[in-house]
Design a protein around this ligand. Structure first.
Ligand SMILES: N[C@@H](CCC(=O)N[C@@H](CS)C(=O)NCC(=O)O)C(=O)O
Length: 316
């Protein structure tokens, strides 16, 4: 099997989800550190322009978004599974948590450490990622509301732990735990665990649960340069897609499509649809630096649409 390569940066909570999943599965992987602020030319050459982090690479197959990275890891190493009680609850909880907590978590984060964030980071996040100003003064008026939101939602985690414990969906850790952990990890690691627990009213049940999730560790990473990752993609052929049920959207394989996140960083990736099911779309791109690549996206949270003037392409 080709090496598992993760493009990520330390402070990225979405990357922490994947590092923990690699820990759960006890995998060897290559760690490519990217700059927290673009440009990231080597990564762009692999993704066709998708601009968020993390990205997983296995040879010439590129996985964008943690949801589809989880799916890829499940295929590569089915046990221990990320979905011990089935996929539906864990995936639904994950999408809810990611979307409901991201802005409030950033609001609380910048309240504590906003003065240390570089101007270039703030400018990039406003103009190219979130579309709003995350500087401390800009977010300050809404701080009480951000605290209220996080406190309300975290209480639901407590209730799940009381009902199902020791993990959110039952006796074994799942993708839901790893996901709901990540924004609280961001806050507790950067602002102080005691401070955040007091501010959000988090009890020892949450702290203990977070310790159980952290105990997964990160598997066995070994550093790799972006150039070596590009070379690995260039030397490989994309794998034949192994998808599940039928895609109901009616866009035929071979069609030129754009794939765009429906929430933030709405940079479309344009390529040729190779295969799709209800959960995943696989798009071929021809990268000048790495040749033919298959870029994989989740369907939930993304829009796959025929590109302007699209038709079937012989490249597919
Ligand atoms: N839905 C995406 C969200 C990823 C995301 O927003 N990641 C953050 C970093 S934690 C990001 O890309 N920030 C802007 C950047 O790094 O360019 C996923 O699950 O992977």
């Amino acid at each position: 099997m080709a090496e598992i390569i993760l493009h990520h940066y330390d402070l990225s909570p979405f990357s922490e989800k994947i590092r923990l999943a690699l820990g759960l599965k006890g995998l060897d992987w290559r760690s490519v550190k990217v700059d927290p602020v673009p440009p990231r030319p080597a990564l762009d050459a692999l993704t066709g322009g998708y601009r968020r982090v993390p990205v997983l690479q296995v040879g010439a197959d590129i996985y964008c978004d943690t949801e589809i990275i989880f799916r890829a890891l499940e295929r590569l190493a089915p046990e221990p599974t990320l979905y011990p009680t089935g996929e539906g609850i864990a995936k639904a909880l994950s999408l809810w948590w990611d979307r409901a907590t991201w802005k409030p978590a950033i609001g609380v984060l910048v309240h504590h450490i906003g003065e240390h964030l570089p101007e270039a980071f703030l400018k990039d996040r406003k103009e190219n990622y979130l579309g709003y100003d995350i500087s401390k003064p800009a977010m300050a008026p809404m701080l009480p509301a951000y605290v209220q939101q996080l406190a309300a939602l975290a209480r639901w985690l407590s209730s799940m732990l009381a009902e199902n414990g020791p993990f959110l969906t039952g006796g074994r850790i799942s993708a839901a735990d790893i996901t709901c952990y990540h924004s609280l990890w961001l806050l507790r690691a950067n602002c102080g665990a005691e401070m955040i627990d007091a501010q959000l009213g988090l009890g020892p049940d949450i702290a203990d649960w977070m310790a159980r999730v952290a105990a997964l560790g990160h598997g066995r990473p070994a550093e790799m340069t972006p150039e070596a990752a590009l070379a690995a993609a260039g030397a490989a052929e994309p794998a034949a897609p192994t998808l599940g049920d039928n895609d109901p959207s009616g866009i035929a394989a071979g069609t030129r499509v754009t794939v765009t996140p429906d929430d933030n960083a709405r940079v479309p990736v344009t390529g040729t649809l190779v295969a799709a099911d209800t959960q995943e779309a696989v798009v071929a791109i021809d990268s000048p630096a790495a040749g033919r690549l298959h870029v994989h996206f989740p369907r939930a949270g993304f829009e796959v649409l025929p590109a302007a003037g699209a038709g079937a392409s012989r490249a597919a």
